[in-house]
Design a protein. Structure first.
Length: 190
């Protein structure tokens, strides 16, 4: 564990992650983005728009959640979680970018997927999120009986939503996200 108390991450391959035993939890998240030729405040050029969601702990994060590997492949589990929150979008193994594990008190493997959409498709996904079955349940309400720590009772037992499990901190020891392989990001830009 790093001096800041955040568990250190180790990059592993997808194949290595799939060979890990049953004591490991798998968390899958998707970076959905689109080229955006617009300008912020009418004067600052934008290059991309990225879909982020409010997590159960009040932080922003990529959509996704924990996948129960006893019942789902990574992509099927991710699509199940995305279907609860985003509707029609389906990701495949071709959208996979990287996996990182942490061996702290919580043995978690975080898998990142990415897909470039058109700006219109990204807006459609954003709109569908507000009409999803679980919209508004991500954060919960504060106070006694409020789902505890932002979790709602509906999400806590299922293990499928963003409220399941302890918060993940994918940042490196310097507080920055680990670098993704440039060749994988380049593939998604085409």
């Amino acid at each position: 564990m790093s001096a800041s108390g955040v568990p250190e991450l180790k990059q592993i391959s997808r194949a290595e992650a799939m060979r890990l035993g049953p004591g490991w939890s798998h968390s899958c998240h998707a970076m959905l983005y689109a080229a955006n030729p617009g300008q912020l405040f009418g004067r600052i050029p934008m290059r991309f728009s990225v879909l982020m969601q409010m997590r159960f702990d009040g932080l922003l994060g990529f959509p996704g959640g924990f996948v129960d590997r006893r019942y789902w492949s990574l992509e099927d589990g991710l699509n199940r979680v995305l279907g609860l929150g985003l509707g029609y979008l389906r990701l495949t193994e071709a959208d996979y970018l990287s996996s990182h594990l942490t061996e702290g008190p919580h043995r978690v493997v975080a898998h990142l997927y990415a897909r470039q959409l058109t700006l219109e498709e990204l807006h459609a996904v954003e709109i569908s999120a507000v009409h999803s079955r679980d919209h508004g349940l991500e954060v919960g309400y504060p106070g006694p009986g409020g789902g505890g720590g932002g979790r709602t009772p509906a999400l806590a037992p299922s293990g499928a939503g963003p409220g399941a499990g302890a918060p993940l901190h994918p940042e490196g020891s310097d507080g920055r996200l680990p670098q993704l392989p440039q060749q994988r990001l380049h593939q998604h830009r085409q």
